[in-house]
Write a new protein. Structure first.
Lengths: 160, 140
């Protein structure tokens, strides 16, 4: 169980909206956003996932002084890494109690949920793990509940 | 420009092309914005030679984000109550994706009107990459 402090910032929202190709001014133009129903900049619906930026131990971010499993001189910077690394994202669900706005300081607590297994023709044995995250604001109010399911595959997913 | 319960009916649809010819650079952009630097999304050498995939592929959350763009364009800013997806197939560089929302129900709860939507995002071959559902607050 970990608690992460996630400050919501306008420049981060702008970059995130750009990355999903969303040019809606409500995500980047404070002046134009005043005329919208929310009355100011809000975050796009999948932005809560960017909490990864604020997790000091996030395993999918290279860290100074530590070996990284992506390519460098060779195809992987870590010897003997299994070919199917880390797993894939199977499901993601968000429940919004209100929209995120720049200036919010969220506290995000993630707890493990259910675990289950399945046999698949395309990728062998699949192990599913659920994670439930609660995003609370600076007033302690629950603003977002997220449920993610990750899957570890026995082998890379067959594309046939 | 929120949706109105009085103007909606079950089966109504809204669809958009949410990305055309997805570039590796956009995937890199998403890695930077989201903080997910898994090399299977951005590092061709690692992904092909160490992970055993034919090429890098998009973050599921990029596809969800692209689907979300269609969704918020349809229901309006700040109207979403729920949004959930299942990632059914991988999305590759060069893919063109179309996202569609279909009205599944129009209902009222404690005086507030809601629309329930089913969501589907397909690639240029008609293969579904994301299936999901969403609920949004709507006007009477």
């Amino acid at each position: 169980m970990s608690k992460i402090t996630f400050p919501v910032e306008a420049s981060h929202i702008m970059m995130f909206a750009r990355a999903v190709g969303d040019t809606n001014p409500v995500y980047h133009d404070a002046e134009a956003a005043k005329a919208t129903e929310p009355g100011g900049i809000i975050a796009p619906p999948t932005f809560p996932q960017a909490v990864a930026q604020f997790d000091p131990d996030y395993h999918l971010r290279p860290k100074a002084g530590q070996k990284w499993f992506g390519s460098a001189k060779g195809p992987s910077g870590v010897e003997g890494k299994p070919p199917s690394s880390g797993g894939l994202h199977a499901e993601q669900h968000f429940e919004y109690h209100r929209q995120l706005r720049p200036g919010d300081v969220l506290t995000v607590e993630t707890k493990p949920g259910k675990t289950w297994e399945k046999e698949s023709k395309r990728a062998g044995k699949l192990i599913f793990k659920e994670r439930i995250s609660e995003y609370r604001d600076q007033n302690g109010e629950l603003v977002i509940t997220a449920r993610g399911v990750g899957v570890t595959t026995e082998r890379p997913v067959d594309q046939g | 420009m929120a949706l109105k319960a009085s103007a909606l009916k079950v089966g109504d649809t809204h669809s958009e092309i949410v990305v055309e010819n997805l570039s590796r650079t956009q995937i890199v952009q998403y890695a930077g914005a989201s903080g997910d630097y898994n090399p299977i999304h951005t590092d061709e050498l690692y992904t092909v030679q160490a992970a055993g995939y034919p090429s890098v592929f998009a973050h599921g959350m990029l596809t969800m984000g692209l689907t979300g763009k269609m969704l918020t364009n349809y229901v309006g800013d700040g109207r979403l109550a729920k949004f959930g997806v299942r990632f059914t197939n991988q999305v590759w560089p060069g893919d063109t994706l179309e996202s569609k929302a279909t009205v599944a129900a129009i209902r009222q709860e404690n005086g507030q009107h809601f629309v329930d939507l089913t969501l589907s995002t397909v690639n240029q071959d008609g293969k579904e990459v994301v299936s999901g559902s969403a609920t949004a607050r709507i006007d009477p």
